[in-house]
Design a protein around this ligand. Structure first.
Ligand code: MN
Ligand code: MN
Length: 466
């Protein structure tokens, strides 16, 4: 190496592809972790399913529902499930809670199609379910792909019927149709965002009529007869249901080299999974480690299962109560002494659409966990901007643990933007930075991530809590 080359090596922020830096043994670990993650993605396609999966993992690893504990001791592992859609988890540290918590927060809701309250109708011999999309989607991506129906129907007597249909090979599939190109001249002239309208997203669910000549809406009747036989419900019971349509295809390894993961709902269940796995390896920490799996991030974090709700504050107050530490206003102080990683996905540079990214400040697939010092849009509007002091602290942790990381922005200035739950925790006084797995085709029915980045995110979350 020439003098100049070695000086360059010393002074530049050299960005390297992670796959070029690892041993065969590390590659094995990355692939195994990737396979376990794919299993999770296929089992947990909604926030309720992800919360359930997480709860089972926690229970298997010695975590206990916090309501069963009157007193908490260092080393104790507890969780609280908020209305089946969101979870807060803690491993109690030896230091007093007052000295602050190490918090990691991801979200387990993903863009999808929800059913309307009165979804079922018949038109020209077909039965359909009307939908209302949830989160930022490109509507055309949701037509002509197999969809499955997940969720709950709750009867007035409190009975809750869990629905999961369209995933099993033997289940029927469901689809939203689209116009054939031969007759789509007018549609193709429209702007992409207007090509399919929200009211066109109607799920095709049947075509056999039931009843005699005098009966109207015979196909709808047949569907209700089937639903009644299978689930014991009537049309009215759909009023108190939460049914979500998600892509029915399976998450899988992507590429001849199997280096990537393709699958639905990776925003943000990829960070959620890495976070839970990291939490399982935390034993007797000095600072109390806390994990958040939140709901409703994709629609603004509102509501009692979203991050804006005070249920999380109540959970931390419970930790203080059960540690016998609580006193007036202590909660605020705990937050001011705490630090957090907001574990959410990052937009990776896509070479096909490179024009929306600024290369020096973009995250790349396979280059490690992606940090965003700030998010927001235009003049950093709505940004939660991490303080340089905190970024330095996190850098020190990453570099001493030899973790591959990159710090970038969501895209070019003025092109767009986004946000996460970071600002909500920052508003409480917590030091927060966004970091997570870079994604291609974010919010689509089949998102793409790199197994290398998933593993580095897991290692980051683990190092942070330890
Ligand atoms: Mn997200
Ligand atoms: Mn998102």
């Amino acid at each position: 190496m020439s003098e100049y080359e070695s000086l360059k090596e010393k002074l530049f922020n050299n960005k390297v592809c992670g796959w070029e830096t690892i041993s065969e043994e590390e590659k094995q670990k990355i692939n195994t972790f990737g396979d376990e993650y794919i299993y999770f993605l296929n089992k947990a396609k909604t926030e309720r399913e992800a919360a359930e999966f997480a709860k089972e993992m926690l229970q298997k690893n010695g975590f206990i529902d916090i309501r069963q504990k009157m007193v908490l001791e260092p080393g104790d592992k507890v969780y609280y499930v908020n209305r089946e859609k969101s979870i807060y988890i803690a491993v109690i540290g030896t230091d007093p809670l007052e000295s602050g918590l190490n918090i990691i927060g991801a979200h387990i809701d993903s863009p999808r199609l929800d059913l309307k309250p009165n979804p079922l109708y018949e038109d020209t011999g077909f039965a359909y379910l009307k939908t209302h999309y949830y989160g930022g989607i490109k509507k055309y991506q949701w037509t002509t792909i197999p969809l499955s129906i997940h969720g709950v129907i709750v009867k007035t007597n409190g009975e809750k019927i869990k629905i999961n249909i369209g995933e099993d090979e033997n289940d029927p599939a469901f689809v939203i149709t689209d116009l054939l190109p031969h007759l789509a001249q007018d549609q193709m002239e429209k702007k992409l965002k207007e090509g399919i309208s929200g009211e066109d997203l109607n799920l095709l669910i049947g075509s056999i009529p039931y009843g005699d000549d005098k009966t109207s809406e015979k196909v709808k009747l047949n569907i209700l007869k089937i639903l009644n036989e299978k689930y014991g419900i009537t049309e009215k019971d759909l009023l108190s249901s939460e049914l979500e349509l998600v892509p029915a295809f399976k998450a899988r390894s992507l590429g001849f080299d199997r280096s990537m993961v393709a699958g639905y709902g990776q925003d943000d269940r990829v960070c959620a999974y890495a976070e839970i796995r990291a939490m399982l390896s935390v034993h007797n920490p000095r600072k109390t480690a806390v994990c958040i799996l939140s709901d409703k991030e994709e629609i603004g974090s509102m509501g009692n299962t979203g991050m804006e709700s005070h249920v999380f504050d109540t959970f931390v107050a419970e930790l203080l109560n059960k540690r016998g530490e609580n006193r007036p206003n202590l909660l605020d102080k705990v937050f001011c002494n705490s630090r957090m990683l907001s574990a959410d996905v990052d937009a990776a540079l896509d070479p096909i659409y490179a024009s929306v990214s600024e290369k020096n400040n973009a995250s790349f697939l396979g280059y490690g966990i992606g940090f965003n010092k700030y998010t927001g849009s235009r003049g950093k509007s709505g940004a939660s901007d991490a303080n340089a002091e905190y970024v330095a602290e996190i850098r020190a942790m990453l570099e001493s643990n030899n973790i591959a990381y990159q710090i970038g922005e969501l895209g070019k200035v003025d092109v767009g933007g986004g946000g996460t739950i970071a600002y909500i925790l920052a508003n409480k006084g917590i030091d927060v930075i966004d970091c997570g797995v870079p994604v291609l085709s974010m919010h689509s029915p089949y998102e793409v991530t790199s197994k290398f980045d998933i593993y580095e995110s897991y290692r980051t979350y683990e190092a942070f809590m330890k």
